[in-house]
Design a protein around this ligand. Structure first.
Ligand code: G6P
Length: 473
């Protein structure tokens, strides 16, 4: 049996540079944790971009060596490649279209498309250097849509899985991309194509059927006699890790500090990467409306809002940051009192222990994206509620809403109903909170991250066996 190679745009590390020396920290992101059991065992590998621009052979070799010890293989990108492939095509075209932000944000530059193709080929070259015939290749996300097809064209028998971590849009949206057929052809290079939800999978099947001469039966798309299975695999988290964290000394200390600070005030928490798809401004509007409509909540509730900096080289993200700053400023200036601020706003990342303490303490967690493939924050909150109380307010536009049906489900564009959901959450009796939270904790625990990895890998094997059986018939 061969090894498994994970491929994603970003390696699961954070690299910093000081005085010509590189420091490599492993990332605590969901995918990194989930696939840790895969790439860290045996001679398995993870191939991806190290996340910083590294020029010069000496520095590149230094990083390469350091990464090798962790089973990681870097693909270095130049400044132009980062600009055209990452900022331009991936985050300036694919991200907005796949999140239904068409007319305002997508800018279909031919040069960015050329660069996207070029970088996908660069990943192919790097992959071919480490791939052996029996290997299983698992490619991730929208930055590498062409890679499964590129790999298939040179390795027709390879075992290739592809998983999309963001939504797959309806055909009317997807067809706006000038290079839509090439993108579908790229994805169909895989044997197994996975999405978070059933809707994403069926949108993909519709697009493939409308754009290419393929045969489709149920969830199998046949391309030149090669069946490609398309299915949903909702991603989970390491729930046991989040539960255990709430019992650690460091977290307990922070929990005590938070309780002393907020005293009898109710705490509403939100944690997001800075992104227009996360509905941060709409949520602030709903909170402002709450204070306006129900002044009895003044000084009684705090919105603790963590925004993690992201993609600040893409213009729309910079603009959003300014709008959020302004909105928070307005709300605080209008409602604050000498010893209370309605919004505690932080624009920086925090260590996992701090997040755990916040999840464990917050009366309400607001997860209200306009569109989100899955959203793992909602699951992390649930897994951290070992006391079983707490209220999750969850957008119907997040993949997680298909599983966490005992949350208060809201439409993120309906500001009024979001505000009413806040009131429902703030006044929900403890018994009701417990009933809902226990059900959600069961879901998060049963369909955790190891379950996700296991069923995807097993399905890939089954698909390969099915294809082999067809050929020997
Ligand atoms: C989303 C995407 C990932 C991406 C992450 C962070 O979760 O699905 O592919 O890695 O955002 O974004 P960044 O652009 O910083 O990699």
């Amino acid at each position: 049996m061969g090894k498994t190679i994970i491929v994603s745009n970003r390696l699961p590390v954070k690299i910093t540079e000081a005085d010509g020396k590189f420091d490599i920290l492993s990332s605590e992101g969901g995918l990194a944790t989930g696939l840790g059991s895969v790439y860290q065992s045996g001679n398995n590998l993870w191939l991806g971009w190290p996340g910083i621009e590294v020029n010069g052979e000496h520095d590149q070799n230094q990083i390469k060596q350091q990464l090798t010890e962790a089973n990681l293989v870097p693909v270095f990108l130049t400044a132009d490649e980062i600009s055209g492939y990452y900022e331009g095509f991936s985050n300036g075209i694919l991200w907005p279209i796949f999140h239904y932000y068409a007319s305002t944000y997508a800018n279909y530059k031919q040069a960015d498309w050329e660069c996207y193709k070029h970088v996908n080929k660069k990943f192919l070259t790097a992959l071919l250097e480490i791939t052996e015939p029996e290997d299983t290749i698992w490619i991730h996300d929208y930055q590498l849509l062409l890679l499964p097809g590129l790999l298939r064209s040179v390795k027709p028998d390879a075992t290739i899985g592809f998983f999309l971590h963001i939504p797959f849009p309806s055909f009317e949206m997807f067809r706006l991309i000038p290079w839509r057929s090439e993108l579908i052809e790229g994805i169909l290079g895989a044997d197994l194509v996975g999405f978070h939800t059933f809707d994403d999978a069926s949108h993909f099947i519709t697009a493939a059927t409308r754009l290419l001469p393929v045969n489709t039966t149920s969830n199998v798309v046949t391309v030149d006699d090669r069946p490609v299975v398309v299915e949903s695999f909702p991603m989970g988290i390491d729930d046991a890790k989040y539960a255990a964290l709430t019992r650690s000394d460091d977290v307990l200390k922070e929990v005590t500090h938070l309780k002393d600070t907020f005293k009898k005030r109710q705490l509403m928490l939100c944690i997001d990467r800075l992104d227009y798809s996360k509905g941060i401004l709409q949520r602030l509007q709903a909170f402002e409306l709450l204070l306006e409509t129900y002044p009895e909540y003044i000084e009684k509730v705090v919105l603790h809002m963590i925004v993690v900096p992201s993609r600040d080289s893409v213009p729309q993200y910079r603009e959003l940051k300014e709008n959020i700053d302004r909105k928070v400023g307005d709300i605080n200036a209008r409602y604050r009192t000498i010893d209370w601020s309605p919004v505690n706003y932080f624009y920086r990342p925090f260590p996992l222990e701090t997040l755990s303490a916040l999840y464990h303490t917050a009366d309400i967690c607001l997860v209200t994206p306009m569109r989100d493939g899955m959203n793992l924050v909602s699951k992390e909150y649930v897994a951290s509620r070992t006391q079983d109380t707490g209220v999750l307010i969850l957008s119907e536009m997040a993949g997680a809403s298909k599983e966490l049906i005992d949350a208060i489900i809201v439409s993120p564009s309906n500001i009024n109903s979001m505000m009413e959901a806040m009131v429902t959450g703030l006044t929900m009796p403890a018994d009701e909170q417990k009933r809902r939270m226990r059900l959600m904790r069961q879901v998060v625990s049963k369909f955790n991250i190891s379950h996700w990895v296991r069923i995807f890998m097993e399905r890939m094997k089954e698909v390969k066996q099915m294809q082999q059986a067809m050929h020997t018939r």
